[in-house]
Design a protein around this ligand. Structure first.
Ligand code: MG
Length: 379
């Protein structure tokens, strides 16, 4: 039996992870869960899986048929990360935002394997996380469809033979619009993604293509491939989940229907391919298209490369500016195109150059940036 902890269990990735665990209940025992604001849904999940420890956002009446340990808020997430029951445990991080960073750190130190859906962990602190993974001798597997695909394509291969990683992008909700057609777009339009059903933050990040920028940074850390060997490509069908090109011209692609259960099952049971998808892909009549993903159309993608080139704490600056800007957009405080403007202003500011690259600084600078940006526009 492998012990499972899921933070963000009632979100999109969390509930799909629970579907996979339900399918493999003879292999996994849910020990800890963190749940969101919807207490009806939370109760349903908790009563089904009966974890020993649960984390709620805040103290509220929560009557159950049994007595688990109940913890609250950000400190509660760390309690879950640190809890220990079995020798063999995995921590599924399905939180959104930089609040996912410290739970990952604490879970690694508690010798849990990590199945990572929280993007910000590797974006802001990739090098720190990598050395923690090594020092604590645990495994980290990606849940994102693109990184799961690259992991598949690298199986049995020698990294020296890799010419480049090619990360595919669906193009997000505004892919058929020109830049001038982005003026005045609404939140509702931004939130309707053509191919994937996801949480609201990541759907906006897909529309700005910041999400792809984050995935480039994550891929660099996950697979130890330099940034000049990581490319992106527009692929509207979301059938090719990503590719690896080798020096002899061979391109390996992981192809399948757009169903997050597949990468979640792969991450949890790596390297097994037993999960039966309910969306098998029919190859007959399939048309696949690829187009250039241009920096002119999607400046946020360029900002990601810019931030990693600046190095140090700049990827954290990039993330914090984005996190605040997306929050402002989702709360009707700014226009869609203001998101990239806010990010640009922050990452081109020289004042972060001398900031030390450490967990403490990453968190404190991120919180400062988010607070300042929100205050500037939140009126
Ligand atoms: Mg993705």
């Amino acid at each position: 039996m492998k012990g499972v902890y899921i933070v963000g269990a009632s979100g999109s990735i969390g509930t799909q992870a629970l579907d996979v665990i339900r399918e493999y209940s003879h292999e996994f025992k849910v020990i800890g869960l963190s749940l969101g604001h919807d207490l009806v849904k939370a109760k349903q999940i908790v009563e089904e899986f009966k974890p020993e420890i649960i984390c709620l956002r805040e103290k509220k009446e929560f009557n159950l048929s049994y007595k688990p340990i109940i913890v609250y808020g950000d400190s509660g997430l760390l309690e879950i990360a640190k809890y220990k029951k079995l020798d063999n445990e995995v921590f599924v991080n399905a939180l959104v935002g930089i609040s996912g960073l410290m739970p990952t750190v604490v879970a690694i130190k508690a010798k849990k394997d990590i199945a990572l859906a929280n993007k910000e962990t590797l974006v802001v602190a990739g090098d720190i996380i990598k050395s923690l993974i090594k020092d604590n001798n645990v495994k980290l597997t990606p849940i994102d469809s693109e990184h799961s695909a690259i992991l598949e394509c690298l199986q049995g291969e020698n990294k020296a033979d890799v010419k480049r990683l090619i990360i595919t992008a669906s193009g997000g909700s505004f892919r058929d619009r020109t830049r001038s057609e982005l003026i005045g777009v609404t939140k509702k339009e931004a939130l309707s993604h053509p191919n994937w059903s996801m949480g609201s933050k990541i759907t906006i990040d897909s529309a700005t293509m910041m999400n792809k920028g984050f995935e480039v940074i994550e891929a660099h850390h996950l697979f130890d491939i330099p940034y000049d060997k990581i490319d992106t490509i527009l692929h509207k069908e979301s059938i090719v989940h990503s590719m690896v090109e080798y020096n002899d011209g061979v391109i390996k692609a992981a192809i399948g229907s757009a169903d997050m259960h597949t990468p979640i099952a792969y991450a949890l049971r790596y390297p097994k391919h037993e999960h039966i998808t309910n969306k098998p892909l029919n190859l007959i009549g399939l048309n696949l298209h690829f187009e250039e993903l241009s920096f002119d159309r999607y400046p946020c993608l360029e900002y990601a490369y810019y931030a990693v080139n600046r190095g140090g704490i700049y990827p954290a600056v990039l993330n914090a500016a984005n996190e605040a800007a997306v929050w402002l957009f989702l709360n009707d405080k700014i226009e869609f195109l203001d998101i990239e403007k806010i990010i640009h202003d922050e990452i081109t500011n020289n004042k972060y150059e001398s900031v030390e690259y450490s967990l403490d600084k990453i968190i404190s600078i991120s919180l400062d940036i988010m607070k300042n940006i929100k205050e500037r526009y939140d009126r």
